[in-house]
Design a protein around this ligand. Sequence first.
Ligand SMILES: C[S@@+](CC[C@H](N)C(=O)[O-])C[C@H]1O[C@@H](n2cnc3c(N)ncnc32)[C@H](O)[C@@H]1O
Length: 291
Amino acid sequence: MNAHQHYALLRRKPRALALRRIIQEVVKPGQMVLDAGCGSGLLSVWAAQAGAIVVGVDFADLALARALATENGVADRTTFLQGDLNAIGLEEHGPFDVLLAMVYLKDPRRDHGASAMVHDLGRHLRPGAVRVPDQVRYTAQALDCRSQHFASRMADLDRGVKELEVAFGMRMDSFRSAMGHRPPKEAFPVRDDAGVVLLPDARALSEVRPWHTVDYSLPATPWPDHLALTMNAPGSFTTVLWQQELMFRDALIFRNGSVGWVHPAPEVAAGDTVRSRTGTEWHIDNLLLPV
Ligand SMILES: C[S@@+](CC[C@H](N)C(=O)[O-])C[C@H]1O[C@@H](n2cnc3c(N)ncnc32)[C@H](O)[C@@H]1O
């Protein structure tokens, strides 16, 4: 992430302020804190201001984090290491009393690796160490939402490529198939600053249902290989609305919405249960295919 992306993240002030409250509550002077995925270094600075010795790690360039720590007078209590948390040696820096690990992306299909990594960081923690978040919960709800109908979007794409084939007098199947995989950013709806996905044309077809919980007080459990939702209204089941909830001591830190595309989108009646695979096609193409 670059400075603009960090700025956009920090503009979601309720997220940052909730994290600051937690840091001020749990971090004690003299403790060792690991800020995994420290990014801008903001959480590291707050932990250092609470009196901790902080190690921040990120893939990205850490010049911004170092400068933020310096301008806020905590450079002597912060160390920033650039590298992959899966590979970087932390043995000489720990063990840690507090793990801040805000490494999640906004979409559950991309969180498997992050949660496995955060579980693994447990080996650098003291017994009884505090983890923030300590749980990540995922829920799902069935929607009828034409603007998030995969088959319509592919038909539009197909029409566009055919127009180019006519205009250029050539075949462009390669483009059609390359663009059909790995959805572009523009295919997803926008979110507001509170992490809410904006879908003005959506209609709920089911209740919000729990799907998976990552609980860091327990050993890692496998992620479900499918999603089952029972409808309470009729419609065209085009879309799943996911919510990712980052939790600390059963209180919500922040919630992120995202969508998945049910393909083919079935016509459903109240009482129907639809089962979709949360396997490779979902991870790569965001497609929820029938079980
Ligand atoms: C959502 S940002 C959070 C930044 C900051 N901690 C905050 O809460 O404002 C996640 C950060 O984690 C970093 N990250 C994710 N996986 C990582 C990994 N395996 N190794 C190092 N950094 C990682 C990303 O580069 C990104 O800067």
